[in-house]
Design a protein around this ligand. Structure first.
Ligand code: S6P
Ligand code: ZN
Length: 204
């Protein structure tokens, strides 16, 4: 969104239940057909698409902010409830071209943030209303809706950071979140990674 600067101070309202931001720039809509490789079970994805269905996985309401150094961009995201091949609906996930931090705020619903740095370290944090999750520079992030309702959250990031979807599209993130008989199950690529995810020795 390359708007000319400078901009004037502006107030925008957020509806915590629906995720609507007023005013907002053009809404981003992501359907299953736009992210077929995100889900592990490619047969399940193909089956849904062959049925002629192309469910909306998530929508985002961006604030119109110049993509220039010094600005903060922000947008709400609404991930619908659902699963494909037993894997919960989630965002595509990305790195930022310019490694820089990002702050998430849970607004409604229930989900998990999957994060992985460029060395492969993994971290999973719960995202619910009133919870902030700090994503340090260099950590890819993907958000998963593990609940029955829409998962709504706000993300604030450096406006000139850029979004790099290629690494996650090609390599994925080392954990997946599956619908198990007793609720969400975080499944890691290998046991070592899973220990890292569940480790308690994280600085607070
Ligand atoms: C932006 C921030 C979020 C995501 C949004 C959709 O840096 O992380 O606003 O853009 O949740 O996810 P994705 O992976 O499709 O951009
Ligand atoms: Zn981001």
């Amino acid at each position: 969104m390359n708007l000319p600067g400078p901009v004037l101070p502006v107030a925008r309202t957020l509806d915590f239940a629906s995720g609507a931001m007023v005013p907002h720039a053009e809404v981003v809509v992501r359907r299953l057909s736009q992210m077929p490789r995100a889900f592990a079970n490619s047969e399940a994805v193909a089956t849904v698409l062959e049925r002629g269905e192309d469910p909306v996985i998530y929508r985002a309401f961006p604030a119109a902010v110049p993509e220039q150094a010094g600005h903060l961009a922000y947008r709400t995201t609404v991930i619908l409830p659902g699963a494909v091949g037993g894997e919960y609906f989630m965002t595509r996930g990305h790195h930022h071209h310019k490694d820089s931090a990002e702050l998430y705020l849970g607004m409604s619903g229930r989900g998990l943030m999957l994060m992985q740095d460029r060395d492969g370290r993994l971290r999973v944090e719960e995202l619910v209303r009133d919870v902030t999750v700090y994503v340090p520079p260099g950590w890819a992030h993907r958000t998963v809706n593990t609940g029955q309702d829409e998962l709504v959250f706000l993300a604030v990031y450096f406006s000139d950071a850029g979004h790099d979807y290629d690494v996650i599209e090609q390599q994925g993130i080392g954990v997946r979140v599956m619908a198990g008989p007793d609720g969400p199950e975080v499944v890691a690529a290998d046991a070592t990674d899973l220990l890292a995810v569940k480790g308690e020795s994280w600085p607070t």
